[in-house]
Design a binder for this molecule. Structure first.
Ligand SMILES: CC(C)(COP(=O)(O)OP(=O)(O)OC[C@H]1O[C@@H](n2cnc3c(N)ncnc32)[C@H](O)[C@@H]1OP(=O)(O)O)[C@@H](O)C(=O)NCCC(=O)NCCS
Length: 142
Protein backbone atom coordinates (compact mmCIF):
# COMPACT_ATOMS: atom_id res chain seq x y z
CA UNK A 1 0.00 0.00 0.00
CA UNK A 2 1.18 3.49 -0.83
CA UNK A 3 0.68 6.32 1.66
CA UNK A 4 1.02 9.95 0.63
CA UNK A 5 1.65 12.42 3.42
CA UNK A 6 3.36 15.60 4.52
CA UNK A 7 6.76 14.72 6.03
CA UNK A 8 7.75 15.04 9.70
CA UNK A 9 11.16 16.13 10.89
CA UNK A 10 12.13 12.46 11.59
CA UNK A 11 11.62 11.71 7.88
CA UNK A 12 14.44 14.03 6.75
CA UNK A 13 17.32 11.48 6.67
CA UNK A 14 15.22 9.01 4.65
CA UNK A 15 14.05 11.81 2.35
CA UNK A 16 17.68 12.65 1.69
CA UNK A 17 18.44 9.00 0.86
CA UNK A 18 15.47 8.83 -1.51
CA UNK A 19 16.45 12.00 -3.40
CA UNK A 20 20.07 10.81 -3.55
CA UNK A 21 19.02 7.48 -5.09
CA UNK A 22 17.17 9.27 -7.88
CA UNK A 23 18.80 12.57 -8.77
CA UNK A 24 22.36 13.63 -9.60
CA UNK A 25 21.84 16.87 -7.65
CA UNK A 26 20.63 16.38 -4.11
CA UNK A 27 20.51 18.25 -0.84
CA UNK A 28 22.56 17.48 2.27
CA UNK A 29 20.58 16.63 5.43
CA UNK A 30 21.73 19.97 6.81
CA UNK A 31 20.15 21.80 3.87
CA UNK A 32 16.98 19.72 4.16
CA UNK A 33 16.61 20.53 7.89
CA UNK A 34 17.10 24.19 7.06
CA UNK A 35 14.44 24.00 4.33
CA UNK A 36 12.11 22.17 6.73
CA UNK A 37 12.47 24.80 9.45
CA UNK A 38 12.07 27.69 7.03
CA UNK A 39 8.72 26.42 5.76
CA UNK A 40 9.43 24.36 2.65
CA UNK A 41 6.81 21.75 1.85
CA UNK A 42 7.78 18.08 1.76
CA UNK A 43 5.28 15.63 0.29
CA UNK A 44 6.35 11.99 0.58
CA UNK A 45 5.11 8.61 -0.53
CA UNK A 46 5.74 5.65 1.74
CA UNK A 47 5.56 1.99 0.80
CA UNK A 48 6.06 -0.65 3.54
CA UNK A 49 7.22 2.22 5.76
CA UNK A 50 9.98 3.19 3.32
CA UNK A 51 10.05 6.59 1.64
CA UNK A 52 9.98 5.92 -2.11
CA UNK A 53 8.85 9.29 -3.47
CA UNK A 54 9.51 12.93 -2.59
CA UNK A 55 8.21 16.27 -3.79
CA UNK A 56 9.97 19.25 -2.26
CA UNK A 57 9.17 22.87 -2.91
CA UNK A 58 8.11 26.27 -1.69
CA UNK A 59 5.01 28.37 -1.67
CA UNK A 60 6.08 31.66 -3.25
CA UNK A 61 2.84 33.46 -2.44
CA UNK A 62 -0.87 32.64 -2.12
CA UNK A 63 -1.09 31.43 -5.73
CA UNK A 64 2.33 30.16 -6.72
CA UNK A 65 4.45 27.13 -5.83
CA UNK A 66 7.99 26.30 -6.99
CA UNK A 67 9.05 22.63 -7.11
CA UNK A 68 12.74 22.19 -6.32
CA UNK A 69 12.86 18.40 -6.31
CA UNK A 70 10.61 15.56 -7.46
CA UNK A 71 11.51 11.90 -7.63
CA UNK A 72 10.18 8.38 -7.32
CA UNK A 73 12.33 5.27 -6.81
CA UNK A 74 12.96 3.41 -10.09
CA UNK A 75 11.03 0.27 -9.13
CA UNK A 76 7.88 2.30 -8.40
CA UNK A 77 7.81 4.48 -11.49
CA UNK A 78 4.96 4.63 -14.00
CA UNK A 79 2.41 3.99 -11.22
CA UNK A 80 1.12 7.56 -11.25
CA UNK A 81 2.85 8.34 -7.95
CA UNK A 82 4.59 11.53 -9.08
CA UNK A 83 1.32 12.63 -10.70
CA UNK A 84 -0.44 12.05 -7.36
CA UNK A 85 2.13 14.23 -5.55
CA UNK A 86 1.78 17.02 -8.13
CA UNK A 87 -2.01 16.83 -7.88
CA UNK A 88 -1.74 17.47 -4.15
CA UNK A 89 -0.60 21.01 -4.92
CA UNK A 90 -3.59 23.31 -5.10
CA UNK A 91 -1.88 26.44 -6.41
CA UNK A 92 -2.87 28.46 -9.47
CA UNK A 93 0.66 28.39 -10.83
CA UNK A 94 3.23 25.62 -10.32
CA UNK A 95 6.68 25.98 -11.84
CA UNK A 96 10.12 24.36 -11.86
CA UNK A 97 13.35 23.91 -13.75
CA UNK A 98 14.15 20.68 -15.56
CA UNK A 99 17.44 19.64 -17.13
CA UNK A 100 17.12 20.04 -20.90
CA UNK A 101 18.18 16.43 -21.58
CA UNK A 102 15.88 14.84 -18.98
CA UNK A 103 13.40 13.63 -21.58
CA UNK A 104 11.54 11.32 -19.18
CA UNK A 105 10.85 14.17 -16.77
CA UNK A 106 9.93 16.47 -19.68
CA UNK A 107 7.43 13.83 -20.90
CA UNK A 108 6.08 13.50 -17.39
CA UNK A 109 5.54 17.25 -16.99
CA UNK A 110 4.02 17.53 -20.46
CA UNK A 111 1.53 14.79 -19.59
CA UNK A 112 0.71 16.82 -16.48
CA UNK A 113 -0.02 19.97 -18.50
CA UNK A 114 3.20 21.88 -17.86
CA UNK A 115 4.73 23.80 -20.73
CA UNK A 116 8.09 25.40 -21.36
CA UNK A 117 8.21 29.15 -20.97
CA UNK A 118 11.98 29.66 -21.12
CA UNK A 119 15.17 27.88 -22.19
CA UNK A 120 18.08 28.77 -19.90
CA UNK A 121 21.58 28.13 -21.22
CA UNK A 122 24.07 26.93 -18.58
CA UNK A 123 21.44 26.97 -15.86
CA UNK A 124 23.45 24.33 -13.93
CA UNK A 125 26.72 26.22 -14.39
CA UNK A 126 30.16 24.72 -14.43
CA UNK A 127 30.37 23.36 -10.89
CA UNK A 128 29.38 19.85 -11.89
CA UNK A 129 30.27 17.34 -14.57
CA UNK A 130 26.98 17.48 -16.49
CA UNK A 131 27.44 17.32 -20.25
CA UNK A 132 24.19 19.23 -20.69
CA UNK A 133 23.88 22.14 -18.28
CA UNK A 134 20.89 23.86 -19.85
CA UNK A 135 17.39 23.83 -18.43
CA UNK A 136 13.80 24.64 -19.27
CA UNK A 137 11.58 26.65 -17.00
CA UNK A 138 8.25 24.84 -17.05
CA UNK A 139 4.96 26.04 -15.66
CA UNK A 140 1.44 24.85 -15.21
CA UNK A 141 -1.52 27.17 -14.73
CA UNK A 142 -4.48 25.56 -12.97
C1 LIG B 1 10.01 11.98 -13.56
C2 LIG B 1 9.48 11.05 -12.47
C3 LIG B 1 9.37 11.82 -11.16
C4 LIG B 1 8.09 10.54 -12.89
O1 LIG B 1 7.57 9.75 -11.82
P1 LIG B 1 6.47 8.60 -12.05
O2 LIG B 1 5.85 8.32 -10.72
O3 LIG B 1 7.06 7.46 -12.79
O4 LIG B 1 5.44 9.35 -13.00
P2 LIG B 1 3.93 8.93 -13.30
O5 LIG B 1 3.74 7.45 -13.13
O6 LIG B 1 3.04 9.82 -12.51
O7 LIG B 1 3.90 9.26 -14.88
C5 LIG B 1 2.87 9.93 -15.50
C6 LIG B 1 3.19 10.11 -16.97
O8 LIG B 1 4.48 10.71 -17.19
C7 LIG B 1 5.07 10.19 -18.41
N1 LIG B 1 6.23 9.33 -18.11
C8 LIG B 1 6.65 8.92 -16.90
N2 LIG B 1 7.74 8.14 -17.02
C9 LIG B 1 7.99 8.03 -18.35
C10 LIG B 1 8.97 7.32 -19.11
N3 LIG B 1 9.89 6.55 -18.52
N4 LIG B 1 8.93 7.44 -20.46
C11 LIG B 1 7.99 8.21 -21.07
N5 LIG B 1 7.02 8.90 -20.40
C12 LIG B 1 7.03 8.80 -19.06
C13 LIG B 1 3.99 9.31 -19.04
O9 LIG B 1 3.20 10.13 -19.87
C14 LIG B 1 3.22 8.84 -17.79
O10 LIG B 1 1.93 8.44 -18.08
P3 LIG B 1 1.66 6.90 -18.58
O11 LIG B 1 2.38 6.00 -17.61
O12 LIG B 1 0.17 6.80 -18.52
O13 LIG B 1 2.22 6.82 -19.96
C15 LIG B 1 10.40 9.79 -12.30
O14 LIG B 1 10.67 9.25 -13.57
C16 LIG B 1 11.71 10.07 -11.60
O15 LIG B 1 11.79 10.07 -10.37
N6 LIG B 1 12.80 10.32 -12.39
C17 LIG B 1 14.13 10.57 -11.82
C18 LIG B 1 14.18 11.91 -11.10
C19 LIG B 1 13.83 13.07 -12.03
O16 LIG B 1 14.31 13.17 -13.16
N7 LIG B 1 12.99 13.99 -11.52
C20 LIG B 1 12.56 15.18 -12.21
C21 LIG B 1 13.52 16.28 -11.97
S1 LIG B 1 12.89 17.85 -12.59
Amino acid sequence: MFIIKIANIEDIPNIQECIKRNLPLYFSCLELYHLYFTGSKFIIIKHDNKIIGVLLGDKQNQDEFYISSLSVDAEYRRLNLATTMINNLTYKKIYLHVKADNQIAINFYKKNNFHAIQFIKDYYGYFNDFKVRDAYLLEKIN
